[in-house]
Design a protein around this ligand. Structure first.
Ligand SMILES: [Zn+2]
Length: 523
């Protein structure tokens, strides 16, 4: 917790320090639409096949990034190389059924899951325990496992956190990291469970079954190091399907829910077994982050990041089955590249070194950024500025920093917003845990203040096009490139990322944590 301090007085320095220099401003204003379009136009093309890790399209996007960085005269960022290899293990469910109490749950319709052992056919049976939210959060004195041994069992857990129902616990309706499905899985693995069933409802997950279905069909990939535990089965189940299973034994799910909100809740043995059966294919996937550097005067560095991967090609070829990921994350990668171009042009002004991280396998669980952070010299990283699903519409009336509130990055953004006569807002969906859902998060988990930077939702058209994107196109084949995008809010996003770097440069101010961190730090 070395970085937690009382809000410093250094912002008076910021206000009196160098103003945004005209030459830098010029470089940003002179960014052409064609420059901003080109990267996303390429990455979102059908020929790049949705950029899934370890596929031809994925490899092409790695090569493309490496070539771009080299063309821009950026230094290689990993021991003299641009590519940072890391091994993933991929599993594709071919068949999957779950049977209990005479009720069968089918793949796609009722369940979406992944069996993470290298076995072509699998079948296992285990006792079932309802473990509430499956959360151990010392800062709120919350422990759903309460010392109960769930080793070799299948735990059923609710997603989200108790704050959704009990305003005195957690962060009220704001989802904390403890409410994320990734955390529930990590905790079940730490408890030695053999399997986990995550109960899906639109309200608790924050998205409908279609999103789960798209995200979990096809290959599920994992970092090797995250599979060194007993948890061999990870699965989502529709609430209604689970209710059928429980009803056969007169167990009322709503009653279990009530129990889970009680003080001193203990995991409940449900008194039956679940049988999991299926067929799997598996492989090892060699993957790369693409990393470049713009050396500044100091070896201390700011990491700018954006993930290059998306979901690839899935489903029937009779209809559009390419997940182009134009906004997720083509426009963000385009922002990273154009920001790098501007910073390179002004390299002589750079105090901090800039590391550009085009990371991979984000959609599979932030794996590339996790691998990068775990395997780099973290002591000299002062901040991470991440681009994710960068908006592409008319000028916004505000700038937002998702997760900025945890650190003095928020104060910096507020200073910048004032200076640029623009508002500072929080994302209306931030309560759904967006900070934990992209590549800025592994940095934060490793004690490095980070932010997902983006133009706000209040675009000049008066329609909330960004929110519509999240509701309608996010993680679907509809996330496609459109040459008609005005890209004004993308330019604003790039501008504020560059301004933030410039501000840190000018003041030599290193961001520090403020307030309570509502996520556990990794050791
Ligand atoms: Zn993304």
């Amino acid at each position: 917790m070395k970085k937690i301090v009382i809000l410093s007085l250094a912002f008076s320095v910021i206000l009196t320090g160098r103003l945004f220099p005209e030459t830098l401003r010029e470089s940003i204003e002179n960014l052409t639409k064609a420059e901003m379009q080109s990267v996303v136009e390429f990455l979102a093309d059908d020929l790049v096949e949705g950029r899934a890790p370890g596929t031809r399209g994925g490899n092409i996007s790695e090569l493309y990034m490496k070539t771009l960085f080299k063309f821009m005269n950026l230094e290689p960022g990993i021991n003299g190389k641009y590519l940072q290899p890391f091994r993933l293990r991929g599993f594709t469910a071919k068949e999957l059924t779950l049977t209990a109490n005479g009720v069968t749950c089918d793949y796609l319709e009722d369940i979406m899951g992944s069996y993470v052992r290298s076995e072509e056919e699998f079948e296992f049976e285990a006792d079932v325990v309802f473990a509430g939210f499956g959360i151990i959060a010392p800062i709120w004195k919350w422990d759903d496992y309460n010392g109960v041994d769930v080793r070799d069992k299948i735990v059923i857990v609710r997603v989200n956190d108790p704050g959704l129902y009990r305003p005195d616990k957690f962060e009220n309706k704001t989802l904390t990291y403890y409410g994320r499905w990734t955390y529930h899985i990590e905790e079940a693995a730490r408890r030695g469970a053999a399997g986990i069933l995550l109960i899906h409802t639109d309200r608790t997950a924050g998205y409908d079954w279609k999103v789960v279905r798209n995200s979990w069909s096809g290959e599920e990939v994992y970092l090797d190091s995250d599979l060194n535990n007993l948890l061999k089965f990870r699965c989502w189940i529709k609430e209604a399907s689970l209710e059928k299973v429980l009803k056969a034994r007169n167990i009322d799910l709503k009653e279990l829910y009530r129990q889970s909100l009680k003080k001193r809740f203990k995991p409940i043995d449900l008194g039956f077994k679940i049988k999991v059966k299926g067929k799997n294919s598996f492989r090892q996937v060699l993957n790369h982050n693409v990393v470049a550097e713009i050396p500044g005067k100091s070896t201390k560095r700011i990491v700018l990041s954006a993930h290059i991967d998306h979901f690839g090609v899935k489903g029937s070829s009779h209809e559009d089955n390419i997940f182009n990921g134009a906004i997720d994350n083509g426009t963000a990668v385009a922002s990273l590249v154009t920001a790098a171009k501007i910073l390179k042009k002004h390299q002589e002004d750079l105090y901090y070194t800039i590391t550009l991280l085009a990371c991979n396998a984000e959609e599979a669980g932030l794996l590339g950024s996790k691998y990068f952070v775990r395997n780099t010299n973290r002591d000299n990283i002062i901040a991470n500025i991440n681009f994710e699903s960068t908006p592409v519409w008319e000028k916004a009336g505000s700038i937002m920093g998702i997760g900025a509130r945890f650190s003095t990055i928020e104060d910096m953004l507020i200073v910048l917003a004032k200076r640029e006569r623009i508002g500072y807002t929080d994302f209306s969906m931030a309560g759904q845990g967006f900070f934990y859902r992209s590549d800025q998060f592994p940095f934060a988990q490793h004690n490095i203040p980070s932010v997902w930077i983006s133009a706000g939702e209040d675009d000049a058209s008066g329609q909330n096009k960004y929110l519509n994107y999240w509701k309608e196109k996010y993680h679907t084949v509809e996330d496609e490139y459109d040459p008609e995008w005005p890209l004004e809010s993308m330019k604003q996003t790039i501008k504020f990322a560059v301004l933030l770097v410039d501000l840190m440069n000018t003041t030599k101010e290193e961001p520090v944590w403020k307030g309570n961190l509502t996520f556990p730090l990794e050791k």
